[in-house]
Write a protein that binds this ligand. Structure first.
Ligand SMILES: [Ca+2]
Length: 245
């Protein structure tokens, strides 16, 4: 505001000087070109340099990986393992429980047109190939056994699995056809064995790389712990597990 006043004052002085220069008798004299108005050039106000604000570095927060929910009616993730055949490499498993009927859908890395079983390299009666779920039906670690097939975990009272043990001579076929009559619910015995309890079903969808097992499991609830596994025995025993404990 001060500068504006100053500018007006200067303008007034200039104007009065001009008028005095004219004189009264020179009213119709040469036209006086008024000096250009002094333009008020405001002094540039220094722009304050913004004070550097201290932005605290985000503190690394430790976020623990949540434990998978290994109960019915969920989906759990596996990890890719290119060292085992694609058809036993579990990428994820989705389950549903309808009454006592448990349905387990294994999404695997790859399902070939055909596989070979009862391989000549195996001794008769040897466990060869399986997709399954060991179930702690009563959620009591003191009842039941480790997973019979892979000797892993504890407290499993039942197992739903598609399973082959070496019989006869080597043959090939689709997983669907080979395991159609080899899918069942097995129950743990007191001597750490298992016995077949009820038949189950298998559905193989090659287009989605999904192997779905289904069966009625006595005593199962929505809280029963599920431990998924696959294995293949040739010269080595190859295993994949999800929700092992
Ligand atoms: Ca148990």
């Amino acid at each position: 505001m001060k500068l504006i006043h100053k500018a007006i004052a200067i303008s007034a002085i200039v104007f009065s000087l001009l008028l005095s220069g004219c004189g009264s008798g020179q009213l119709f004299g040469p036209t006086i070109t008024p000096s250009p108005t002094i333009t008020n050039t405001p002094t540039s106000t220094p722009t304050p340099t913004p004070t550097a604000t201290f932005t605290p570095t985000a503190t690394a927060t430790f976020t623990p990986t949540p434990a998978p929910v290994c109960n019915p009616n969920t989906t759990v993730q596996g990890t890719i393992n290119n060292d085992i055949p694609g058809y036993i490499d579990i990428l994820s498993v989705s389950t549903t429980l309808d009454g006592k009927k448990l349905t387990v859908a294994f999404k695997v890395r790859e399902i070939p047109e055909e596989i070979t079983i009862d391989k000549d390299t195996l001794k008769k009666g040897y466990p060869e190939l399986a997709w399954g779920v060991a179930i702690d039906t009563d959620n009591n670690p003191d009842t039941g056994n480790a997973s019979f097939m892979i000797d892993s975990g504890y407290g499993y009272d039942n197992t739903l699995q598609a399973f082959n043990f070496k019989q006869g001579s080597e043959r090939s076929g689709t997983i669907q056809n080979i395991f159609r009559n080899k899918t069942a619910v097995w129950t743990a015995t007191k001597d750490k064995g298992i016995h077949m309890n009820a038949s189950g079903s298998i559905t193989v969808d090659q287009s989605t790389n999904t192997i779905t097992l289904s069966g009625n499991v006595k005593g199962i609830t929505a809280d029963s712990h599920l431990h998924f596994f696959t294995f293949s025995k040739d010269t080595n025993l190859l295993v994949d597990e999800v929700c092992q404990r």
